[in-house]
Design a protein around this ligand. Structure first.
Ligand code: FES
Ligand SMILES: [Fe+2]
Length: 367
């Protein structure tokens, strides 16, 4: 798990102007709330007075108020009121981490890290969103009992389709035409598939339009954003965006958005979404069975072949972010479970000192 990337925190619909929401991910507790101007904020959840959970408090104006003794924290994480002190100004140390937020596509995203704005990776933007002829559906939110990296790797793996997705016609990859392109924050590939069969046993060829090839590709951006592009002969395209939140080292919440250029009427959303979730469930069954649960630390502990090129490339990006010193030291977090309230460092920590909460332990940078 890494700091310094954008994470989906909750849905826009799920955040009203009364009740904050507490979310646990990356080994820390966060609170999301919407202030009286309608702006969403994400803060460290632990009240620095005596450990109250802000997510169990109430929204008051532009602040979230702790349920224990009523301290109020604004969207910048600054405590503006300590009721027991009357009109006295709260001390400067009375602050919690506050994270940059973007609310898009029905999702509240937070940048969980301390990089200044100019150095932050982007979030994966949804393409063609305003274009006529495209229909967006989602976010569909679901959870899987698996580590998020295993899930992203599944998206970067075109060779599983033939075996895991008989409902899609068990598309087989032509490995010759599979190459990976590397970008700043992740890599991508596009593959063309051969004849479709309608069962995993390959005994029957599906009739299909032969005017084009079935092609599909994926790209990841950062460790937890994924786009899968599916192009079906006849000009039918599906762009599927997955924003993944590591709730723990064994559970992932996935925010899934689909953009399509066919069946544009809203009345088709439910049946489309049903089909997408059918495929996602086929993946879930396999991903939840993988062992070890987290990807091994070295490539030598699994036997990769050419068809795993994009997975290997994804792991190379993870190595790079390890070297930056952005990887959370999961083992150390486990040892101190329940003893220390950790926070992901926020950008303001680079500007001022005197913070009460400890920052999450990170593996040392090596470059
Ligand atoms: S613990 Fe939050 S106000 Fe006391
Ligand atoms: Fe799949």
């Amino acid at each position: 798990m890494y700091i310094n990337f954008w994470y989906p925190i909750c849905t826009t619909d799920g955040l009203n102007e009364e009740n904050p929401q507490r979310v646990e991910m990356l080994g820390v507790r966060l609170v999301a709330f919407r202030d009286d101007s309608g702006n969403a904020h994400v803060l460290a959840d632990t009240c620095i007075h005596r450990g109250g959970s802000l997510g169990k408090g109430k929204v008051k104006g532009n602040c979230v108020a702790c349920p224990y003794h009523g301290w109020e924290f604004n969207g910048d994480g600054v405590c503006t009121k300590i009721p027991s002190m009357g009109d006295k100004k709260p001390p400067a140390r009375a602050k919690v981490d506050s994270y940059p937020v973007q609310e898009k596509y029905g999702i509240v995203f937070a940048f969980l890290g301390d990089l200044p704005e100019a150095e932050r990776p982007p979030l994966l933007e949804v393409d063609l969103i305003e274009d006529e002829g495209w229909r967006l559906s989602g976010p569909l939110v679901f959870e899987i009992e698996a580590y998020y990296q295993r899930s992203i790797e599944n998206g970067m793996d075109p060779i599983h389709n033939e075996f895991v997705h008989p409902s899609q016609g068990a598309p087989a990859v032509n490995e010759e035409r599979f190459s990976v392109t590397r970008n700043n924050w992740g890599c991508e590939f596009l593959v063309e598939f051969g004849e479709l069969t309608d069962t995993a046993s390959h005994d029957k060829v599906v009739e299909r339009d032969t005017t084009g090839e079935l092609s599909a590709g994926s790209q990841h951006l950062g460790p937890n954003h994924l786009l899968t592009d599916i192009n079906i002969p006849g000009g039918y395209c599906f762009k599927q965006y997955f924003y993944e939140a590591p709730l723990s080292t064994g559970r992932t919440r996935i925010f899934f958005i689909n953009n399509r250029n066919n069946s544009l009427d809203a009345k088709f959303d439910d049946s489309m979404n049903g089909q997408f979730m059918k495929v996602a469930n086929e993946d879930r069954v396999v991903i939840e069975g993988l062992y070890p649960k987290r990807t091994p630390e070295t490539l030598t502990k699994e036997l990769m072949t050419a068809g795993d090129a994009a997975v290997v490339s994804y792991r190379e990006y993870l190595d790079k972010w390890d070297k930056n010193g952005w990887a959370i030291d999961i083992k150390k977090m486990r040892e101190t479970e329940g003893d220390i309230a950790y926070a992901i460092p926020c950008p303001a920590r680079r500007e001022s000192g005197n913070w009460i909460l400890d920052t999450v332990p990170l593996l040392p940078a090596t470059s």
